[in-house]
Design a protein. Sequence first.
Length: 134
Amino acid sequence: MSETHSAREAGHPGPADGGAGRATRGAGSAAGGTGSHPRHDLDDVIHAPVRLSIMAALSVTDKAEFRFLRDTIEVSDSLLSKHVITLEEAGYVSVEKAFVGKRPRTWLAITDEGRQAFHDYVSVLRRLTEGSPQ
């Protein structure tokens, strides 16, 4: 099952729905008052281990060169590219391509929306791991 498909089944907008793919608060969240489990607030776009690694690495820098990020999170070019596209489509990462001399280079940066989404994601993880229902 694809992540977009599973997000839609859970009632969260995905890129195919016209949403940014970011999980939204469930009806049973604190806003809804029915006490749903915090896991429903996890962002499906960030939740994949490689995308979580990308977001964590980019959250502590202004921008990172593609090769540096690839080596840091220990993935192949193609796998990194695939996950960067998903994050870019969600509006969480910006991609800048340019030449340095005659060599093409790609730089990645977390967007303001991506930074907020990552912060929210980490907050939900803290709620889950520290046993805080809200």
